[in-house]
Design a binder for this molecule. Sequence first.
Ligand SMILES: [Zn+2]
Length: 143
Amino acid sequence: MKDCVFCRIVAGAAPATKVYEDETLCAFLDIRPIVRGHTLVIPKRHATELEDLDAELGAHIFRAGHRLALAIRRSSLAANGANLVLNDGTAAFQTVPHVHLHVIPRRKGDRLSFATGLVLRRPHDPESTAAAIRAGIAALDAD
Ligand SMILES: [Zn+2]
């Protein structure tokens, strides 16, 4: 879809710090992260809401989010957990009209930084953050 910012990212026409991609999906850092390492997993083919998304592709997106959550735990970001969240539809606070799964790293006792991040949502050195996540993926592949 021409005016969709996530489709523009997939096409390479808008900037994003990608951490993973395959033929059907791509994962990149949220430009307004709640916490460091906040990553979005999206289908490459435009789907506005779950209503428009192929169920198999939805399962594939969740598998990628699952894997990223594990990779982030193994990375230098030192997460102890993650929130995997998909807001479907504007009624559910979906802000970009292209399906996306949030992978939000969590650390024990991070409630304050998480709450602050919800308000500030500023980038945390995206290049080193993405490098840490890619290293976590490589560590998973080596297991
Ligand atoms: Zn799109």
